[in-house]
Write a protein that binds this ligand. Structure first.
Ligand code: ZN
Length: 221
């Protein structure tokens, strides 16, 4: 089968990490597809951000319905009545973890990619800011890559540009790709659903701000 090595599919949430991956992919590939998921996330705004960013860059964007994920594994990112953990627990995963989310998302993205004759799949998972999510680890990605290849008799390449870099370096990457302002103003990472710099108090905002401050002080010094 002909394979299109000049195109890639980005797993795209409209957050900082996946938008940085989108910018990265736009530099590297002639054609970029973005796939987002509607899984009943508390903040539908996330999908609006994803749409706006794709529109800005004229990226072909697909939103897949994954509401069954919320049916199976309700958690603090999908349910109004569960409060997001302020800090990571000493043991286990934080309650913002959606069981199996990356595996499910990447599997559906792989099916989508094969339909487009694309092998390269880009995801913004990172082991550096490891927040206790087991399916963000490199070993999981490699394992799933092998499994997907066997499942579909195809040579997928799951690419993780952010795997070994932290938030400070992610800001730097976006800046070097010319996307600093897009990331700063158009992405949503805040668990309380506030675009850009966010609420400033949730774990996601704190991590984002810490990286931003560190990067800006280095850039400006
Ligand atoms: Zn926040």
């Amino acid at each position: 089968m002909d394979k299109n090595k000049e195109a890639a599919v980005v797993v795209f949430s409209g957050g900082q990490d996946s938008t940085t991956c989108l910018l990265w992919a736009m530099k590297k590939y002639k054609k970029v597809y973005a796939v987002s998921f509607d899984y009943g996330q508390r903040h539908k705004l996330e999908l609006e951000c994803a749409k706006d960013i794709c529109k800005k860059f004229s990226i072909e964007h697909e939103i897949l319905d994954m509401s069954l994920l919320n049916q199976l594994a309700p958690n603090s990112l999908t349910r109004e009545d569960i409060v997001v953990d302020e800090d990571s627990p000493d043991e286990g995963t934080p309650n913002s973890f959606v069981e199996g989310r990356n595996m499910v998302f990447l599997t559906f993205v792989a099916i989508y990619a094969k339909g487009k004759k694309v092998t390269d799949i880009i995801t913004g998972v990172s082991q550096s800011d490891f927040s206790g999510y087991p399916d963000c680890r490199d070993i999981f990605i490699k394992s799933l890559n092998t499994t997907l290849n066997l499942a579909m008799d195809y040579e997928f390449d799951i690419i993780t540009p952010l795997m070994w870099i932290d938030k400070e370096e992610t800001w730097e990457m976006a800046d070097k790709l010319g996307g600093f302002d897009v990331i700063r103003n158009m992405t949503l990472t805040c668990y309380n659903g506030i675009i850009g710099d966010g609420c400033g108090n949730c774990p996601s905002c704190k991590l984002r701000k810490k990286g931003l401050d560190a990067y800006l002080s280095r850039r400006n010094s």
